[in-house]
Design a protein around this ligand. Structure first.
Ligand code: CP
Length: 312
């Protein structure tokens, strides 16, 4: 297969294993390109992409921008905090105004779950979900699996642990879909209040002891507390959360096998992960960021190809 089954990347839920394999093969080629002295290819000349960010971002926004520049696309950037959204303009009106400037593809980050899907039903441009509320963050899950594959050889049959605020995390849900599609075993760990009740229906293991969960896994993905999405208090104090769910060197040094430590960022040093773990030989956090560019180049390239833009 050399074509994606989808016209948009709205979520991992909509992908097949063949889609993921194709994205990884394409990312392998682009990873080689971005490590050359000349890191740019002309593939997307004459394709125009709008990056619409209605929520803050560092990694995802910069990574998409760099991926687009490496592919020679024309790009426009929109940040809600500096726009007429502040004057009451709706998402659809904002996007239609941008599309009238002849945009082919939209990368959208939005606080509302389902915003990319809603947009895909109303406009002709191809949409990439760059994170919609607590729903999905598909390119993050793809780069996470790609990094596991790179470090552990394959994802299939590996034991992958996701720790922290599962309830409010789009990274957790996209990772669960992606890892299961690739045949990994998935466990989540965190306080009961931060693990949604529907999760057992997804076929993941649930463990509340971080020590027990770490003994089981080959890789651990640490998540930050999404304080901006919490309307209630979910644990007594940050100090208590860190005591039970913060990853330390003591945890890693006491294991009888070596695991890899991942984090989608932004990291909160001293809360969910200690500073020495984040900077340790176990950590692949910066490899994840590097792989993000190749994965996003692959997704953009394959969607552009599927939607028959002028690929050079
Ligand atoms: N991982 C991630 O989505 O980070 P940003 O919020 O900085 O984009």
């Amino acid at each position: 297969m050399n074509e994606l089954s989808v016209n948009h990347l709205l979520g991992i839920k909509h992908l097949t294993i063949e889609d993921i394999n194709l994205i990884f093969q394409t990312a392998d080629n682009f990873k080689e390109v971005i490590n050359r002295p000349i890191k740019k290819v002309p593939s997307l000349r004459d394709v125009t992409i709008a990056n619409l960010f209605f929520e803050n971002s560092t990694r995802t926004k910069l990574s998409f921008e760099l991926a687009q520049k490496r592919l020679s696309a024309d790009i426009i950037n929109f940040s809600a905090s500096q726009s007429s959204v502040k004057k009451g303009e709706s998402l659809i009106d904002t996007v239609n105004n941008i599309l009238s400037m002849k945009v082919d593809m939209v990368v959208l980050r939005h606080p509302n779950p389902g915003a990319p899907k809603m947009l895909s039903n109303k406009i002709s441009a191809s949409i990439i979900n760059a994170g919609d509320g607590s729903h999905e963050h598909p390119t993050q899950a793809l780069l996470d699996s790609y990094s596991i594959r790179e470090k552990l050889g394959e994802v299939k049959n590996k034991n992958i642990l996701i720790v922290g605020d599962i309830k409010h995390s789009r990274v957790a849900l996209s990772n669960i879909y992606s890892l299961q599609l690739q045949g990994a075993n998935v466990m989540v760990c965190g306080p009961k209040t931060l693990i949604p009740k529907y999760l057992h229906k997804l076929g993941v293991k649930i463990e509340h002891s971080l020590e027990k969960a770490l003994k089981w896994c080959d890789a651990v993905n640490m998540l930050r507390l999404q304080n901006e999405r919490m309307k209630n208090s979910f644990f007594p104090s940050i100090r208590e959360y860190t005591k039970y769910y913060g990853l330390t060197m003591n945890h890693l040094d006491s294991l009888d096998h070596k695991i890899i430590v991942m984090h989608p960022g932004p990291i909160n040093r001293g809360v969910e992960i200690s500073s020495d773990v984040a900077d340790s030989k176990y950590s692949i956090i910066l490899d994840q960021v590097e792989n993000g560019v190749a994965i996003r180049m692959a997704v953009i390239y394959l969607l552009a190809k599927k939607n028959t833009f002028k690929i050079q």
